[in-house]
Write a protein that binds this ligand. Sequence first.
Ligand code: F6P
Length: 321
Amino acid sequence: MKKIGVLTSGGDAPGMNAAIRATVRTARYFGMQVYGIERGWEGLITGQITELENRSVSDIIQRGGTFLKTARCAEFMTYEGQKKGSMTLDAYGIEGLVVIGGDGTFHGAKALSDNFGVKCMGIPGTIDNDLAYTDYTLGFDTAVNTVLSAINNLRDTMQSHDRVSLIEVMGRHCGDIALYSGLAGGAEYILIPERPYDLDEIASSLIKSKLRGKTSNMIVLAEGAGNRDEIVAYLNENAGVDIKITHLGHVQRGGSPTMSDRILATRCAVKAVEMLKDDSSVSSAIGIKGNEIIAVPFEEAFNCKRTFNDDLYEAARILSK
Ligand code: F6P
């Protein structure tokens, strides 16, 4: 393979720039030409493409976001959209792609590969950590550390005022950001989509904790686990507390990637380029299992069942007593 493209698609995640950088430099090391496609699948359809050289990706390893920009593109979910994308690739002579993003991005890559024979390697880039075939996704570690820093700050003020705090973090279907940041931040309650919770139990536990002389408590809520205003209204009413709400929002998506995210991004990108270079490879999702970088055909990656980390959840429950 002589010419490859790289794009980022869907929600941005810290570590995407490190992955682009490693893709470009590894490919050029192997004598390939590399094209940066801006704004994900949208840029592939409309031809927003520039050739990248080693210096094009200088000084980005430490930056959050993605210098190639990103978008969510409904048109690319259609056969017609994919056809336009494949025609752009033909026009540039691009034979394979490295795509960095989440589940939606990978479905686009699989469709492009199945319908138009374009070999695609997917690098998991999403703060949610919701892709079952890989232990971790790019951006997750950074996002958890961002949340952790917010929890640390909140604890200072909650402690000083004897208050209860609820912090809502991202994660529509996956509670990993809430679970990991809650456990590492010493939260008393972690509410996630994967496990049911009982507001009456929480209310009575808050009352008991006040009677024991414990006046400040931290609740971490994953956005997909319930409506923050309703939860807080119910607990205020039934536990006689005045919970302060922090909605962290998109702050979690930015920031300089941690060492772990940079290394994961780099290792995945090297593997992705090596796979594209290898004529016998098939379109695959790249990831990490244990400490090993893996490549799994997209179909197999989609069929993997997510395993929830019950040990961590149980540890958080025990330690909150
Ligand atoms: O998938 C990543 C994510 O940050 C989710 O955690 C969140 O629900 C969603 O994207 C927010 O999307 P948008 O940036 O389009 O509001």
